[in-house]
Design a protein around this ligand. Structure first.
Ligand code: AMP
Length: 589
């Protein structure tokens, strides 16, 4: 989002309930189009806004629209025309979100579009509706049928007018505007201003204010850019893996909101990364302190929002990660430009979810550079990287080796205490630190993770708030099924649930085995996370099996309970046939 650094929402004349809604949504400062469009719209002017999707244009018209509603009235007072039904629904959702605190009973927003039975919309229109968001075709239909009355409408917005032109809606748009009351305000938003749109503006708008968000392009050619497809729930894990394999002196991670910046920084700290957050909720001194720590190489990672990270001019940032994909392609260019400075090379990795594909494409179109697709680094890769680091550490240590150390080594070997191999192994182990050599460090997973073969994801109703360790889950699965820990893949813990990848060939055994088992006092009802087989779970290929009814409940010797740390505890009263039921009632540790 291109924001206006010196303008605050407080300066735009917003009603308290709208100001508080945007604050609650985590917006720090108004975007350029918001700063430019909100004041004239609130003052009642017509407006031409030239801005693309992702610039925050929805709030630019939705906020004035909401502020100018008379909530004592029950009729339609504002109409937004959009080219597609998707956009209509999206805008409707946004208007509801911004208007959450408006009026005693809330703002009634009705999207109307083709494809939905017209009588359903007709029925809704007979009730209280303050704002209609619709495609021009369907709005025209309603007007012709007399099911929509324009007489109370004082605000019209044409959203993505050039798209409406492309889709052949311009005639309908003009027809609707011709029916509008004389005393009305029109806001016209369009990414481009082709002739026909200009002519619509000239014909229907009254001395409009022009707000244009100019695109300042910037070259990002020197920066290697990658995209990484992730699903919502494995974003964190993907990020941790990335940070595990990428070697950079300094990394800048961008997120969408202040809360995300603080939360993610804290999470990374808990995982042993030297990370700090930087966002608009911090005062200048706090932000400066973070920058100083990064500059002084006391931390390696800064997680920031766009506004706060704007001034971050640090030459040694080697990697920019878009943890949240920016909506605005221009913002992308700004973010990515934080790396590759002072003639250095830089890398940028953008995480994106399947639903953000269009956004990704528009970024690529804007920057003129396709991103190279990458995959979530695998465990093997992570291991290789970590071993290489140990070797590099040893090499670095050898590079300026004082001769007395060499003499000492010789002495040890000659004395027969160690042969050269044993001495080297001991040194390697010391450099590697705790933990086995076949498990990547910092990964809450068993060694030999099932990286090959099909994986499916199951979901277990315990999570972070139950203070369960991933080890407890692996222990429960292995303990109840007798299968080796390597049938378990990635473990992704959320607040209340945990997603666990398991080998698809064993999924039924695992679901059966877990039935009635307790982990941290919670009886486990594991189930497939994606029973319809939407390809989740990393393995690819095989359609996940549907869980059958559990054949055995609790296993032959009754349910075991797994404490937060993964130790199996067997209570004497949980044995026997009544185990699972009783176990369900029992409270765990
Ligand atoms: P739009 O261009 O209206 O589709 O908005 C793009 C995205 O930016 C949406 O996800 C909005 O929630 C978000 N957004 C809008 N205004 C702001 C703002 N001032 N600060 C941060 N995010 C915003």
């Amino acid at each position: 989002m291109t924001t206006e650094p010196d303008v605050r929402f407080e300066d735009l004349g917003l009603a308290p309930e709208l100001l508080s809604a945007v604050t609650e949504l985590g917006y720090e400062t108004p975007s350029a189009i918001q700063a430019g469009a909100i004041p004239p719209l609130l003052a009642g002017h017509d407006l031409i806004g030239q801005a693309q999707t992702g610039t925050g244009k929805t709030a630019a018209f939705a906020i004035p629209l909401l502020q100018r509603l008379d909530m004592k009235r029950k009729d339609v007072q504002a109409i937004v025309l959009t080219p597609t039904r998707e956009l209509a629904m999206q805008v409707a959702a946004a208007v509801r979100a911004y208007g959450k605190q408006v009026g005693k009973y809330g703002v009634r927003v009705l999207p109307v579009y083709g494809g939905q039975p017209i009588h359903v919309q007709h029925k809704a229109l007979r009730g209280t509706v303050h704002v209609v968001i619709g495609t021009p075709g369907r709005v025209t239909d309603h007007l012709k049928r007399g099911t929509l009355d324009l007489s109370g409408v004082h605000f019209f917005c044409l959203d993505e007018a050039d798209e409406m032109l492309n889709m052949g809606f311009l005639e309908d748009v003009e027809w609707i505007l011709d029916k509008a009351p004389a005393e009305r305000q029109i806001a016209l938003f369009s990414a481009t201003m082709p002739g026909p749109i200009r002519r619509v503006a000239e014909r229907h708008l009254n001395d409009p204010v022009d707000v244009r968000i100019t695109q300042q392009t910037k070259t990002v050619e020197k920066i290697e850019q990658f995209s990484l497809r992730v699903s919502h729930h494995n974003k964190l894990e993907a990020l941790e893996r990335l940070l595990g394999v990428e070697d950079h002196e300094a990394v800048l991670i961008f997120v969408g909101t202040q809360r995300a910046a603080a939360g993610l920084a804290e999470h990374l700290q808990s995982r042993g990364f030297g990370a700090d957050g930087i966002h608009g909720g911090m005062n200048q001194a706090q932000r400066d302190a973070v920058v100083k720590r990064l500059r002084g190489r006391r931390i390696q990672i800064v997680v920031g929002t766009d506004v706060a990270a704007r001034g971050l001019d640090i030459d040694h940032i080697g990697l920019v990660v878009n943890y949240d994909l920016p909506r605005d392609p221009e913002v992308y260019v700004h973010r990515v430009g934080r790396t590759g400075r002072a003639g250095r090379t830089g890398r940028a990795i953008s995480l994106w979810q399947p639903r953000e594909q269009r956004q990704l494409r528009s970024i690529e179109r804007f920057s003129g550079q396709p991103m190279e697709q990458m995959r979530i680094p695998g465990v093997e890769e992570l291991l290789v990287r970590q071993r290489t680091r140990v070797l590099e550490k040893l090499q670095g240590s050898y590079a300026d080796m004082p001769p007395e150390f060499v003499a000492w080594a010789k002495e040890i070997i000659e004395a027969g205490d160690f042969d050269a191999e044993s001495l080297a192994a001991a040194a390697l182990r010391l450099a590697w630190g705790d933990g086995p050599l076949n498990a990547p460090k910092g990964e809450d997973r068993p060694p030999d993770v099932a990286d090959t073969g099909d994986l499916v994801e199951i979901v277990i109703p315990v999570g972070i708030r139950d203070r369960v360790k991933p080890g407890a889950i692996v222990a429960a699965i292995a303990g109840e099924t007798g299968l080796p820990g390597r049938v378990v893949g990635r473990i992704n813990m959320r607040e209340r649930v945990t997603f666990v990848e398991v080998a698809s060939s064993h999924v039924q055994t695992i679901l059966d085995g877990l039935a009635g088992t307790k982990i941290s006092g919670r009886t486990i009802r594991a189930r497939l996370a994606h029973p319809e087989g939407d390809g989740h779970g990393g393995g690819g290929g095989g359609r996940p099996q549907r869980p059958r009814p559990h054949r055995k409940a609790g296993g032959p010797s009754g349910p075991r309970k797994y404490g937060p740390k993964g130790r199996a505890q067997r209570g004497p009263d949980t044995r026997g046939p009544s185990g699972p039921q009783r176990g369900h009632r029992r409270r765990g540790p």
